[in-house]
Design a protein around this ligand. Sequence first.
Ligand code: OOB
Length: 534
Amino acid sequence: MGEFMTESLKESLESFYAAKVWEDMTLGKALSAWSENYGDNIALTEADRQVTYQELEREAGRIGAGLQRRGFGKGDKIVLQLPNSIEFVISAFALFKLGVIPVMALPAQRKTEIKGIMEKSGAKGYVIKDNYLGFDYKSLAREICRESQTPPAVIVIGQSDEFIAYEDLREGPELSDEPEIGSGEVGLFLLSGGTTGIPKLIPRRHADYLYVAQKTAERCRLDQESVYLAALPVAHNFPLGCPGLLGTLTVGGRVVICPVASPDEIIPLIEEEGVTITGLVPALAHMCIEFLELDDGYDISSLKVIQVGGAVLDSYLAARIEKAFACTLQQIFGIAEGLICCTDLADGEEIRYHTQGKPISAYDEILIVDEKGREVPEGEYGELTVRGPYTIYGYYNLEEVNQSCLSDQGYFKTGDKARWQNGNLQVAGRLKEMINRAGEKITPSELEELLLRHEDIGDVQVVGIEDQELGERICVFILAQNKGLTLNGLRNYLVGQQVASYKLPDQLVYLEAWPLTNIGKIDRKQLRVLGTQR
Ligand code: OOB
């Protein structure tokens, strides 16, 4: 106990960064500045729609004004659950300008997650698209409203029915009085994986988030000629701000919106739009390579940088990626809670293929520690911990979790196994047991809890199994007496429980009995071996 850092340490670190590191700028004001500097440049492309910086500034002001008229104001929260789209960008900036804090939900999230996020954040609003990839978000919104004591105002892009139409927000005078917002105030909530199925809210400040976008844009040598393809869901830290969408806007470049993260969308867009940089998780990069191998008729020679991160990247795959995309691979390690490390474009193959490079800020303080919190000698593995100008000192409204995820010196414990390799970071995987399936994080206990509610399941274990395609696949173990269950049956059951599609199991294994450790706990390492053998 007594682990939790003191308020005064937190305050002194923050005022240090504010004075030395952060620019006194908010995300809303930054857009105004970019619009002044790059006014007629195209900021966004989505299919045949183009939006200039000036138009983006004006549209964000319009939507902001519409939200203001409907009673939203500084400090309120709104859950934003939109696919990659121009409207996502406009809505996000409208909220930044109003000082309303967007909660960055992913389109794949379903009732369990969204309800949890709503409750935890106390969101007053919920912005959705009517339909995306066959899923009806209005039905989800109706259920959420029905089950909530204080239902959120729902804003719909597309056919709005009984809800507020996004288009209607545009009508009326433009935003005239932008509220005063401090650059050190919270600008957005990112989401992390949670142990109880409810994602944790990660408060990121205007200034710290802009700082990361700028620093990563520098590492990637972005400029006005850069064309970034937003392929991964943009509510995620990586495509949102590392450098992603925001980093590209900081330099006056162009962001091409890819509405679905699949190779048959990504590869043609690179050719059509002359994309110079994109960011992918290893599994998606792998799928793109296979797509390119099947059809080499695409000219993707505009591509200069391919960033790959989110999960461990095998060095063999790293080399294949670079060859297939014929450009420089940048490995990037990041956490929504802050720290970003990445390789430099000028680094040699040894570094690019085998490490995740260096932190983006000279003020990032990394300590790799053993179980007792003591720093391990250079080159040895330990837990990656970090504090710095953009790493959080705690999740929103989760005091208990915060006491265990921070050291008394304010270092955030990532739960990742890492070491230094000649001055570059090498991350080997999770110390804790979260499953990293194609970059999406799944907590085994959450699925176990849901599966245990199934009337035919007495006991269950969920384990991540190493997988060539996905990084890790989700394997469910049940005991032999339940042989009537099938993998498809379990998946259907979970769909009925409204969990995100990426959490559905990939494998089902029956066992006669659990393998046990010498003190009688279920041996999850052994389960992993058993899952690999099937
Ligand atoms: C990114 O952020 P999150 O918050 O979704 O996930 C963070 C976790 C890390 O703790 C680590 O376990 C894993 O994802 N991870 C990597 C990795 N990058 C992330 N593991 C091994 N190698 C890597 N390169 O995933 C994220 C945020 C910003 C940029 C890139 C990724």
